[in-house]
Structure formats: C-alpha cells, structure tokens
Write a protein that binds this ligand. Structure first.
Ligand code: ADP
Length: 477
C-alpha cells in the first residue's frame, strides 16, 4: 500500500508539472503570435494572428469575427503544434483587450479572469476539480505597450482521468494484497500452530491421567518444533518411568518390611501372652527381635544408598579416584577380614589411573561385589580380582567359585530386591539391593556392570569405569 501510494503521488507530481509546462508553452506560443502588433488587440487582429493563412477582406467588420470558430474554422491548421496544444481537451485559450474585453475564446468557459501585470501560473478550481490557470500580459514587441491579456486554463482532463485510474488500480491491488496476505497468513499460521495444538492436547491428556500413553505426533520436518516434540515425548517417557519405578519401589519396600515386622510382632505377642515369664523365651524373642531391627536398619540404609545412587549424575560430575589404590586397599581389607579365604589380585595396570567416580562410591561397589563373592562361595574359598585398562575404560573383575546361578537368574539379579533364593539370602543378611545399588552407581558414572555365571561353578562380575580426563572439566563447562 505504501509503495502504491508513493507511486501515485510521484506520478501526480510529474503529470502536474508536465501540464504546467504545456500551459506555459501555449502562453509563449500565442504571445509570440500576437506581440508583433503595435496597436491594442482587436478581434480582427487576433483572428488574423491566429490564422496566418487568412486573408482579410475589407467587407468584414470587428463584430463579424464573433461568429467565427477560430480553431476549427476553415483556416485551422492542426499540423501546427500550437493549435494542437490549444485544442487539447480541457484547454481554453482566451484573449482580452487591455480593458479586459473578451476578444477571443477557444472554447466556452466560465473561469473568471483578472488581469495580471506579469506571467502568473497557479492552481485553481475548475468545476470543482483542480486545474491550472496562466495569465500573461501581452506587450507589443514593436513599441512595448500593453496590447492585451492572454488567459490559458487547463482543466487537467488527462491528469484527472489518469489519477482516477491509478486510484482504482491501487485500491484493487491493495484489496488483492490484503486478501492474499490474509489467506496466506491464515494458512501459514494454521500450519505452524498445528504442532502446538497437538502439544496442548497431549499435555491435557497427561494432566488428566499421568500414566496416559498419549504422545505428540512428531513431524518429519526436522525443525525446532519437531525437536521440541521429541524432547517432550522423551521427557514424558522418563517421567512416567520414574513414577512407575517409585510406585514399584514403595510396593517392594512395604513387602520387604512386612517380614521383619511380622516376625517382631509374633515375638512381642508371645512375650505379651506368657513368654515374659519364661527367661529362655524372653531371651530368644528379644534376640530375634533385635536381629530383625538390625535387618530393617540395613534395609533402610540400603534404600537410602539406592536413592542416592540415582542422583550421582547430578551431584558427582567431576569426581576422580585412583583405581589401583582403591582396589588394592579393598583387596587387603578383605584378606584381613576373611582369613579363611584365598584372595588373588591380578593387576595389569602399570601406573595409577584415575577413573571418573567418587571414591566412596567405588569402595561401596567393590565391597558389595567382594561381599557377595564371599557370601555365595561354597566349598572353594577363593576369590580372584583383576584390573586391566584400555584407552577409555578401566575393567575390574571379581570372580568366585561358589554357587553361581542360571542364565535366567543372571538376567534378574540387578533388579531391586531380587534374590535367587530368598530364604537363603535373607539368612545371609541379604536384601537383594546390593547389586541394584552397584548398577545404579555405575550407570550414573557412565560405566557398566555385567555377570557371567555357571550354576554350581561360580560367577564372575565385571565392572567398567571411564578413565578420568582433564578435558572432562572443560567439556562440562
Ligand atoms: P543380596 O543382598 O541378597 O546379596 P544382591 O543385590 O547383592 O543382594 O544380590 C542379588 C542376588 O544375586 C543374591 O541374592 C544372589 O542370589 C545373587 N548373587 C549375587 N552375587 C552372587 C554371587 N557372587 N554368586 C552367586 N549369586 C550371587
């Protein structure tokens, strides 16, 4: 619209100045024809001047010229550019005597005339529209006296027609542009807003039912919105998985607590009824209850460890620990605590290597694995430890020659509260959380744990930990 309006006004300006020039040309042309007279102009002299081919006859008097039509008369010469300009549509040429008597009028016109002492061109109102009026005194070129006035008006017919056309064109283009941009805008907006609508509806579904399987449809446009949808879907998966895990955990915990609580309740009821009178039963019940309390205490501590292990990624990002030192230290500790066991350490790492893990967590993992190795050993009291490394990881293996397990059990032992033989494990003080804690910790540090086991022959647990690199710090930043 701004472009069209600018074009329109520039065009008007150019046309106006052109018409202005035309008026001045007519004034100059007519003046040059008339100023050769030495006396005040009369109808006859004007007629003669403007019709050069006319030969005067003696019988004609001044008034006879009133009837003549100068421009389309017998002697009118349209090849003459002056006549062409004078006869153009909307152009009126009038010539007055010095006393303002009208001597000649090319076309009837009711524009008023006022004598001027010098050439004056200005914009006037002609029949309610803009027009140009030029008034010039005519001085004789022979003696310099004022012999008449020339008044040229131009109703700017072409200019007004052209303006009207341009206005219509601009209006049409404007309406078309508005419609076009409106429709295009609407279509584009709908296209861009569709994924957002989908997102809103998915979010509403989730708000109503946190476990709803509703997901945002991901478009294959590979743009920011598609990326946002993918991230959002992933976040929903994680969140729901987390909720599910929490629910499962609470169920498992209540289940695990039920047994010690039931055992203690049994003993206490027994004591309450008659047992307290019998010192033997009293002793036995108190001992059993204390044992269950101790078990609950370990269970609570282990649950706390597990819950903290899930936070490792956030809280222990840049920790580093010398792997050789910690493995050797635990190897020595276990040798001392279990003198009835043979421990071997096969260390293939020459120089100390730092792994990305918080020292206490590495110790915790090693204790869990060494404890299990001892706990689930049968006849052969032997535990082998080994350390090796490649350019990215350090591998630690802990092998025993005990009861081992079936492949089905090997798939499940890292699950929370899973025990191959619940009663036996419980008897040995196990809650089925140790390996879950170890796995959770290792995954948090981008390491891993796996097991190879043969029933009745023993197991080998392998852990992998990423080697600490100084650049890790930089990358994190
Ligand atoms: P627990 O406290 O019961 O030992 P874990 O999570 O440490 O819990 O182990 C889970 C189960 O995996 C154990 O109950 C046991 O059945 C099995 N397990 C773990 N380590 C060994 C091993 N070295 N040899 C045989 N079985 C094992």
């Amino acid at each position: 619209m701004i472009f069209s309006i600018t074009i329109f006004f520039s065009f008007r300006q150019i046309m106006l100045s052109q018409e202005d020039e035309n008026v001045k040309d007519v004034i100059t042309g007519v003046t040059n024809r008339l100023n050769v007279e030495s006396a005040v102009l009369t109808k006859a002299t004007v007629y003669q001047a403007l019709s050069p081919t006319y030969t005067p006859s003696d019988t004609e008097v001044e008034e006879d010229f009133d009837q003549r039509n100068l421009l389309i008369g017998p002697s009118g010469n349209y090849e003459d550019t002056l006549y062409a300009e004078m006869s153009a549509e909307g152009v009126v040429v009038r010539i007055y005597s010095p006393t303002s008597r009208l001597l000649f009028e090319s076309k009837p016109s009711d524009v008023s005339f006022e004598p001027k002492s010098k050439l004056t061109v200005n914009l006037i109102d002609i029949n309610g529209k803009e027009g140009i009026s030029g008034i010039a005194p005519i001085y004789s070129s022979q003696n310099g006296i004022l012999i008449g006035y020339l008044h040229v008006t131009n109703a700017l017919q072409d200019y007004h027609d052209m303006s009207d056309q341009i206005i219509s064109a601009v209006f049409l283009i404007g309406v078309f542009a508005l419609l076009f941009s409106g429709v295009t805008g609407f279509l584009l907006a709908s296209r861009f807003l569709k994924p957002i609508k989908n997102m809103t509806s998915t979010m509403n579904d989730i708000r109503k039912d946190t476990q709803s399987q509703s997901r945002i449809p991901v478009s294959d446009t590979n743009d920011e919105l598609a990326y946002l949808s993918t991230v959002f879907n992933d976040m929903l998966d994680k969140m729901q998985q987390y909720i599910e895990q929490q629910k499962q955990f609470v169920e498992d915990v209540s289940h695990e607590l039920r047994t010690p609580v039931a055992v203690m309740e049994g003993h206490l009821k027994l004591l309450n009824r008659w047992g307290k009178e019998d010192p033997e039963i009293l002793d036995e019940s108190l001992l059993a209850s204390l044992q269950e309390v101790g078990r609950m205490k370990t269970l609570v501590q282990e649950m706390l460890d597990l819950s903290r292990a899930e936070q490792v990624e956030i809280h222990y990002k840049n920790e580093k620990t010398p792997i050789k030192q910690v493995v050797h230290q635990n190897y020595n500790n276990f040798k001392m605590i279990h003198p009835d066991f043979v421990f071997n350490l096969d260390d293939d790492v020459d120089e100390e290597i730092y792994v990305s893990i918080y020292r206490h967590h590495l110790e915790q993992i090693l204790i869990i694995l060494l404890d299990n190795a001892v706990k689930y050993s049968t006849d052969r009291n032997e535990v082998h430890l080994s350390i090796a490394s490649d350019d990215k990881f350090v591998h630690v293996a802990i092998q025993d020659f005990g009861e081992g397990m079936t492949p089905e059990d090997a798939d499940k032992i890292f699950n929370r509260f899973y025990r191959v033989d619940k009663a036996r494990s419980r008897h040995k003080g196990g809650n089925g959380l140790g390996l879950s804690i170890a796995k959770e910790l290792l995954l948090g540090y981008k390491g891993n744990i796996s097991v190879d086991s043969v029933l009745n022959h023993g197991s080998i647990f392998r852990i992998t930990l990423p080697i600490y690199k100084e650049t890790d710090d930089v990358n994190e930043k």
